[in-house]
Design a protein around this ligand. Structure first.
Ligand code: F6R
Length: 242
């Protein structure tokens, strides 16, 4: 595991975007696993800028988002579909038919999970999986539990997760109770994982995830078993590392 700590957000963002653009420059058909939430926003902004400067093209890339809320129309402003349009897809030349996000409004969520897994299977391995980290150690929406699921599945969000995401909704009670998420098996199958974490409120979970015991009670701790993880931290998030 390669842990890099940055003193400035700008350097962190440039490093994160640089890893992604470098991959897509050398492998234009790269399969990217993408995250939403506050953490990747500024990295996506750097990607948009790199694309504007014609330094990178996403025309041949394929993308898979980690998760989507259950019961939100994709045009809802807080859906992850809207998030991706607003922060990345609306400004780069990625082909919409190759940008995949689970459909949280599917009439059969079980079938939607199988459809998503089939698409992932068809695409082959994810070349780079971008991840943020939940305060409780979740990756994607794989919440701490006594057992974790390998493939795409429906998950009940923990209250702590709903509270953390309430900032994206008008009222806290509007945060959906369930989401569809890629499973940890799919995440760990990626060739490379880029975990990005910012802020002192994540310092403790960063230490547990990267240096604590490997346990399903901290899903991100499973990343310790992966052969190629790059972690980008700001100095606050890295503050409790040994
Ligand atoms: C988002 C996702 C989540 C977030 C995590 C951190 O697609 O899968 O695991 O990465 O909840 O969220 P932020 O970045 O908002 O702190």
């Amino acid at each position: 595991m390669n842990i890099l700590t940055f003193r400035s957000q700008e350097e962190l963002n440039k490093a994160g975007a640089g890893i992604i653009t470098g991959l897509v420059q050398t492998n234009p058909r790269a399969v990217l696993g993408l995250a939403t939430g506050g953490t990747p926003v500024d990295i996506y902004e750097e990607l948009v800028e790199a694309h504007r400067q014609q330094l990178v093209s996403f025309a041949k890339a394929t993308t898979f988002n980690l998760d989507e809320y259950v019961g939100l129309d994709r045009n809802h402003p807080a859906s992850y579909y809207s998030f991706m349009q607003e922060h990345l897809f609306g400004y780069v030349n990625a082909a919409p038919e190759r940008c995949h996000i689970p459909d949280g409004m599917a009439s059969s969520l079980e079938e939607e999970c199988r459809r998503y897994d089939a698409l992932l299977e068809q695409a082959g391995q994810i070349d780079l999986q971008l991840l943020g980290l939940g305060h409780n150690g979740h990756i994607g929406f794989n919440e701490p539990d006594h057992a974790l699921r390998s493939g795409t599945h429906v998950v009940k969000l923990q209250e702590q997760t709903r509270e953390a995401n309430a900032r994206f909704f008008d009222k806290p009670e509007q945060v959906p109770t369930h989401a569809i998420t890629m499973g940890v098996g799919t995440i760990l199958k990626a060739k490379m994982i880029l975990l990005v974490v910012r802020g002192s409120d994540k310092a403790e979970i960063v230490a547990r995830a990267l240096q604590g015991p490997i346990t399903t009670e901290c899903p991100a701790s499973l990343l310790q078993t992966h052969p190629h993880v790059v972690v980008l931290l700001d100095s606050e998030a890295g503050g409790r590392l040994a």
